[in-house]
Write a protein that binds this ligand. Structure first.
Ligand code: UDX
Length: 438
């Protein structure tokens, strides 16, 4: 099939490349000439394991092309995917100007039977509005489909090529059949291709992310409570997870969810509810609990140092919002660092891939280290914010030797509190029962 992908951001690039890899003829379009030049040189502007190699291989075979000029490719395309950004507007709602901008740009060139597939995360009603706008511009009923993505940064290629399910929202069943063909290479027998109405598909995306965000805020609240009653969230987690109605996934407490999806989607859903005269009380609480959770590590550090962080040397391990990505959008590390800076601390940070992004924001307010051990030199405490694998099993003797005082505040519960106590550390996680604490 001939496919056009509008937007070479995270979703567009992964989706376009995977479609090319399954034998389709794909043109990725972006308005950013610099990005297109980079891609044409075989350089990938984002960090995603396996993607650069896949881009280069498919570009070399001629199945994957990059351009800023959409006219020719759109005129030939069977499917035009819209994967442009939907940033959060000032009022918390999604800013749809890029989506409609894309619809307007393609309208004059679309083939009569082409399908316009919206992949960007858009609030309910947007696909139907896109259909309306295309009708105004072309004078005919253009096929429109909603095809939300469920890719996780860091394992996006795997998520795309082995999806749990594919969801498409359509107005006409035949459109679903064409898209089923496009996705067939990625669907094993037990993975469903779910065809539904436009509004249901739009809601599916938000409901999935809101449900996951709710699980995280829920377990974070429970972990904070464990901290206060002397219970251990890991024991509790095991205690509840074996109940199959609850399960184990997405119930790891931490320093709050970040990234480009959960915070934005929860707020967009609150805003959708508002515009329909409904107060989304649970989602407001989910957002609020998450904002508070990003302060938990600082509160622990502050308490430890008796409210005086001035001149304290603090190491921070992990800056990206989660491992295997350099994305720092809504990252809990930034909230902690802002608070530490305000308190006058001397901050030493390490991250395997996100340092450049943080440097661009915070410059020389921090000291950056190439190696995670080097960040520990003489520090008064270490805060662990992101659970990169290389932090999971350090040489604790060496860590203790490097640190000025062996104090660790772990926002990801990486270590066993008893072993840490025995090894001579003052160690505190999120809702973990630390030795000596009642
Ligand atoms: C998410 C969804 O998983 C994906 O389906 C959607 O398409 C986009 O949003 P992503 O933002 O890449 O993907 O990250 P994900 O791995 O889901 O993690 C989100 C956040 O939740 C991270 O900040 C992570 O640290 C946090 N998290 C996750 C927890 O705090 N505890 C958990 O148990 C799981």
């Amino acid at each position: 099939m001939k496919v056009v992908m509008l937007g070479t951001g995270y979703v567009g690039l992964v989706t376009g490349t995977c479609f090319a890899d399954s034998g389709n003829d794909v043109t990725c379009v972006d308005i950013n000439q610099q990005k297109i030049d980079m891609l044409n040189r075989g350089e990938v502007p984002i960090y995603e394991p396996g993607l650069a190699e896949m881009v280069r291989r498919n570009a070399a075979s001629g199945r994957l092309q990059f351009t800023t000029d959409l006219r020719g490719p759109v005129a030939e395309a069977d499917c035009v995917f819209v994967a442009v950004g939907t940033p959060q507007g000032d009022d918390g709602s999604a800013d749809l100007s890029y989506v409609f901008g894309a619809a307007e740009a393609i309208a004059p060139h679309l083939r009569e039977d082409a399908i316009v597939v919206v992949k960007s995360t858009v609030p309910v009603g947007t696909n139907r509005a896109v259909f309306g706008r295309l009708k105004e511009l072309t004078g005919r009923d253009v096929h429109v489909a909603s095809n939300p993505e469920f890719l996780k940064e860091g394992c996006a290629i795997d998520d795309f090529t082995k999806p749990d399910r594919v969801v498409v929202g359509v107005m006409d069943k035949k459109v679903g059949e064409v898209l089923a063909q496009l996705y067939a290479p990625f669907l094993r027998t037990e993975q469903p291709f779910l065809v539904m109405g436009l509004e249901s598909a739009e809601m599916t995306k938000y409901v999935a992310n809101c449900m996951l965000a709710t699980k995280i805020s829920f377990i974070n609240e429970m972990a904070n409570l464990c901290d206060r009653v002397g219970a251990d969230i890991n024991e509790v987690r095991r205690g509840i997870g074996h109940d199959q109605r609850i399960g184990f996934s997405f119930l790891f407490p931490g320093v709050g969810y970040g990234g480009s999806c959960f915070p934005k989607d929860v707020r967009a859903m609150i805003s959708v509810a508002d515009t329909r005269g409904m107060d989304a009380e649970i989602l407001k609480a989910v957002d609020e609990v998450n904002n508070r959770q990003k302060h938990v590590l600082f509160a622990k550090l502050d308490e430890h140092f008796g409210g005086d962080l001035k001149g304290k040397k603090i190491a921070v391990w992990g800056l990206s919002f989660k491992p295997r990505t350099d994305d720092i959008r809504e990252a809990p590390s930034l909230v902690l660092i802002e608070q530490l800076l305000a308190g006058g601390a001397d901050i030493h940070v390490h991250d395997p891939v996100a340092v450049e992004n943080v440097k661009a924001q915070l410059g020389d307010k921090l000291t950056y280290h190439e190696h995670h051990y080097d960040a520990l030199e003489g520090v008064d405490a270490l805060a662990i914010v992101t659970e990169w694998n290389e932090y999971r099993n350090p040489d604790f003797e060496y860590v203790k030797h490097k640190m000025g005082t062996p104090v660790i505040f772990d926002g990801r519960n990486l270590y066993d509190p008893e072993k840490m106590g025995a090894a001579g550390f003052t160690y505190s996680g999120i809702g973990l029962k630390s030795p000596g604490r009642r």
